[in-house]
Design a protein around this ligand. Structure first.
Ligand code: ATP
Ligand code: LTN
Length: 337
């Protein structure tokens, strides 16, 4: 047992590469938090299949996502980095939580509403509807206090808190009530072609999405083509200059510099220079990550061994919480086999 604070987060293996928003909004923060906390990071494959996935691609993307966590600095010997489906307790607790989640409550989740619109009502499944309940199970199984996520996940963490409190009051103290940890400045990185919508792995067009694993020349080109405005001034103004504000946010985080120092440096120099500088910073960061990912993927057996070891560690914690929850609800103890 450690007296460090428990922390939980996850990402979907829903693309071959993570995008810049995942890196800034999640991985950078995870890396910082892993030192002082007892961190669990999962690759949430059961969440990914709530929309259709190609099986072979899903398998490959799951390993690739794990490799990107490690290459970006998540240490699999200090943190528990594992694949969600390797720990069956996730699906089992999700079922219990489904039975205390209101239909109306789940219907109010904005991500569900957005995704249903995007995928069309014919392909919307019960799995997609129950997505946030599975996420609550992820978090509650590990008694996590802190859940570092981007702004888009705030509502899901709120639901998790509600479900935990409801379960505790109905069946007795069982779950720790978690809290979202959202870094305000980087909570939402925007699409470079559409700087008022979130950069996302599953965006319809990839023209404004920066992939961690893209060739540097492709990344640089996308940054040079980023949508800005006709005003020409390098000034941070989220309301009136969303494109430039987004570029400045990305630059500031990745170069570890203040926005005002960037405004000063690029004052009077125009957007071309700003974009050139940003492209250098982004490709300079992602280049070595890409190389490390390729190295890790060249030895899939070692990667699988690491994931298996970490899944065992996760299951040890998860199974204790699951057994407690099953007992509270009144399910008979499982017969030993
Ligand atoms: P999808 O499009 O498949 O839903 P996604 O790119 O939105 O994927 P997720 O796997 O859902 O990414 O999210 C992983 C983590 O990255 C979450 O903590 C999420 O909040 C964060 N995140 C995703 N996109 C951004 C973004 N544009 N800005 C900041 N954080 C982000
Ligand atoms: N829904 C999240 C991924 C996710 C998650 C979690 C994040 C699944 N389970 C538990 C934090 C804690 C997403 O789409 N970003």
């Amino acid at each position: 047992m450690t007296d460090k604070t428990r922390l939980y987060s996850g990402m979907q293996p829903s693309a071959e590469s993570l995008q810049l928003g995942n890196y800034i909004g999640a991985l950078l923060n995870w890396k910082k938090l892993q030192e002082a906390n007892d961190a669990f990071f999962s690759i949430v494959d059961l969440h990914a299949i709530t929309v259709a996935q190609d099986p072979a691609l899903l398998r490959s993307n799951t390993r690739r996502t794990a490799a990107q966590y490690i290459a970006a600095g998540i240490d699999p010997s200090a943190s528990t980095l594992y694949v969600q489906s390797h720990v069956p307790a996730h699906a089992e607790l999700a079922w219990l939580l489904n039975t205390i989640t209101g239909f109306g409550e789940a219907s109010r989740m904005t991500q569900f509403k957005d995704k249903s619109l995007r995928h069309g009502s014919d392909s919307v499944t019960v799995g997609l509807f129950a997505y946030p309940v599975l996420m609550a199970a992820d978090i509650l199984l590990y008694d996590a206090k802190i859940v570092p996520v981007g702004e888009d996940q705030r509502q899901h963490v709120e639901l998790t808190r509600d479900l935990a409190a409801r379960f505790n009051s109905r069946f007795g103290e069982t779950f720790v009530i978690p809290e979202a940890d959202i870094v305000k400045e980087t909570a939402k990185i925007y699409d470079l072609q559409n700087p008022t919508s979130k950069m996302s792995k599953s965006a319809e067009s990839h023209a404004g999405v920066i992939w961690v694993l893209d060739e540097p020349s492709v990344t640089a080109k996308k940054i040079m083509r980023a949508v800005t405005d006709a005003d020409g001034g390098v000034v941070f103004d989220r309301e009136n200059k969303p494109g430039v504000a987004n570029l400045l946010t990305i630059y500031s985080v990745m170069a570890n510099r203040s926005i005002s120092s960037l405004e000063d440096e690029y004052a009077g120099r125009g957007y071309g220079d700003l974009k050139k500088g940003l492209a250098e910073v982004v490709t300079g960061t992602f280049g070595p990550i890409r190389e490390r990912v390729l190295e890790l993927l060249a030895d899939p057996a070692e990667l699988d061994r690491l994931l298996a070891q970490n899944a065992d560690r996760a299951a040890e914690v998860a199974n204790v919480t699951l057994a407690k929850a099953y007992d509270r609800v009144g399910l008979l103890p499982r017969p030993r086999r």
